[in-house]
Design a protein around this ligand. Structure first.
Ligand SMILES: [Zn+2]
Ligand SMILES: [Zn+2]
Length: 586
């Protein structure tokens, strides 16, 4: 069954899903059909077959589809009475279609539309192409197989999902294939292994990455950068334990929200503990530990710490989706009058951080001013006046900063409006990375207070903010964005010194020491490999600078510079090299 498609290519994509069903039924006449919707670039269809559909069979299915398309088959729409439709699909032994018809019936539908192409008919709302000659068989590709539960319900049957893509032209398909090749090359799991950044162990478990020394350097460099930027803006570090009584989350409301995703911990008593799925509730308790007056506000906490969420095994993917998530977390508690300057503060940190990655550039980012859906104002918790002011303030900041921004209605959290920063990576994919979210609800729930100028008790506003967000997800994004070739400030090893032979090891060590004293991460590679091999190794792990030293360099106190990005850069003194690197980092 399918939803209403309006755009032309989507109509073709969906019609092609019907052709896929026809091809599979031809090869597996017993196949029971699930659903076949349109997705990005293509479509899928779910099947249950007696003989499993194999990877090898995909080529055959694609060929069959192309043949069907070339037969100029008409799509014809008929409306059937719902009971008639049910009988038809019962006769065809299509139990999933029958179930869908029953669902529609219970929703009050009386008629069902059916699309027929040759001797195949499918329960469907359409629209479709009139004839398969509108579909360009040369722009079709069956891409992959996957398992999928009927109605996404783990307790229901597991079906085989076949994915395909279809475009208007062969050129677009070629471009798509090119993008796939590039995405594969940049896959963070592959690069993570090549650069020796992280690993997984069956003994530790899925979704629980282990970071190697190089990977940890990378993480620490990001965290240091964020914390240094924030310290300038008055943030102070705090530290909290990783388990907590469940009452904390019952008060915050997260107990209900996270439900099955919470890892529970049993101690010696009956007291129930959980691994923290977030840090905000803990930070409220540090705020609440002492009496606060308006003079103490704003209070700004920052902490990089792990949270734990029991994501479904099937959803885990490299660093993109993990069960132990390192958050660069931070919370501000302030008066309503301070919202503007505090959000401004956060925005400055976001701008500086992403500028250092060269990601905050025109056309590669936009900011969502996420506000209430005007139709659902009553669903949002908190005082409507506070909301009005906060939404206006966020927009003013976006305007004043000259951001490329959009007001997105209905994207606010139920507890407050927010600014979300979206970035486009080198493959043209968009990621929401940084955010500043106002919260009118949590301070209320925890009974947080401050005394105002008149001696009256008031509730502070809480601001949640993320600069990189989940470090694991952030790493997966930037590893793929940079294809492992990080900017100099972020590279785990910034320079490798390579003596042309072991006679020059001492001088090499001396160069490494000088670089380290200047604050750079430098290493010596005096392995017994050839010079060429050692340069290739450094290039493969994307080291920004390779400094080659031999007889001449010792005499002149210089290094021969080879850069990752520009190749041979000639011979310069060690001091010049240090100055060059320092300049690149600022
Ligand atoms: Zn359809
Ligand atoms: Zn928070």
């Amino acid at each position: 069954m399918c939803s209403n498609q309006t755009n032309e290519i989507d109509v073709k994509r969906h019609s092609t899903a019907h052709v896929l069903a026809m091809a599979v039924l031809d090869l597996h006449p017993d196949a029971k059909l699930g659903i076949g919707p349109v997705i990005d670039d293509g479509f899928y269809y779910d099947f249950e077959t007696k003989e499993p559909i194999t990877e090898d069979e995909l080529k055959k299915i694609e060929k069959k589809m192309k043949k069907l398309i070339s037969q100029n088959i008409d799509f014809e729409k008929t409306e059937l009475d719902i009971d008639e439709a049910k009988e038809k699909f019962e006769n065809e032994n299509q139990k999933y279609k029958v179930e869908l018809i029953d669902d529609l019936k219970s929703e009050g539908e009386e008629t069902i539309s059916i699309y027929t192409s040759k001797d195949f008919s499918d329960l469907c709302r359409g629209p479709h192409v009139k004839n398969t000659k509108e579909i360009n068989a040369k722009a079709l590709k069956i891409t992959r197989l996957a398992g999928a539960y009927w109605k996404s319900d783990e307790d229901r049957e597991q079906l085989t999902r076949i994915y395909g893509v279809i475009f208007e032209t062969k050129e677009e398909l070629d471009e798509y294939n090119q993008r796939l090749i590039e995405a594969k090359k940049r896959d963070h799991r592959k690069i993570g292994k090549e650069l020796d950044l992280f690993t997984f162990s069956d003994l530790v478990g899925a979704g629980l990455p282990l970071f190697t020394p190089k990977g940890t350097l990378l993480r620490d460099t990001i965290v240091d950068k964020i914390q240094t930027l924030q310290a300038k803006h008055g943030y102070e570090k705090v530290t909290i334990p990783h388990i907590t009584k469940k009452e904390l989350y019952e008060t915050s409301g997260h107990w209900e929200k996270f439900g099955d995703e919470l890892f529970k911990v049993k101690g010696q008593t009956d007291q129930e503990f959980v691994m923290k799925p977030m840090n905000c509730p803990h930070h409220t308790q540090i705020y609440a530990s002492t009496q606060r007056s308006y003079r103490d506000l704003p209070v700004r906490y920052m902490e990089t710490t792990m949270v734990y969420r029991d994501e479904q095994a099937g959803e885990l993917l490299g660093l993109s989706r993990v069960r132990a998530i390192s958050q660069d977390d931070g919370h501000v508690f302030c008066t309503p009058q301070q919202i503007e300057s505090e959000v401004q503060n956060i925005v400055s940190v976001i701008r500086e951080f992403y500028t250092s990655l060269d990601m905050f550039t025109e056309g590669n980012y936009w900011v969502s001013v996420s506000v209430r859906d005007p139709k659902e104002v009553d669903k949002c918790l908190g005082n409507p006046k506070d909301w009005d002011l906060a939404e206006k303030t966020l927009e003013e900041i976006a305007k004043k900063e000259g951001f490329n921004y959009k007001i997105v209605e209905g994207e606010a959290a139920f507890y407050g409006p927010k600014l979300d920063f979206m970035f486009t990576d080198a493959l043209g994919r968009e990621w929401q990375l940084a955010t500043a979210q106002l919260d009118f609800v949590m301070p209320e729930r925890f009974g947080l207070e401050y005394t105002d100028e008149n001696g009256d008790k008031q509730t502070p506003v809480m601001i949640h903010r993320a600069i990189a967000g989940s470090l694991e997800r952030f790493l997966s994004v930037i590893i793929e964005h940079f294809a492992g070739a990080f900017p100099l400030w972020l590279s785990p090893v910034q320079a490798v010194v390579i003596p042309v032979s072991d006679k020059f090891d001492d001088y090499g060590k001396n160069v490494v020491e000088k670089l380290q004293q200047a604050g750079f991460r430098a290493e010596l590679d005096n392995d017994s490999e050839t010079l060429g091999k050692r340069i290739r190794v450094a290039q493969k792990v994307k080291t920004p600078y390779m400094l080659i030293v031999g007889e001449k360099e010792i005499t002149d106190n210089t290094v021969a510079v080879r850069s990752r990005d520009n190749g041979d850069e000639g011979v310069i003194s060690i001091d010049e090299m240090i100055a060059k690197m320092q300049e690149e980092i600022i």
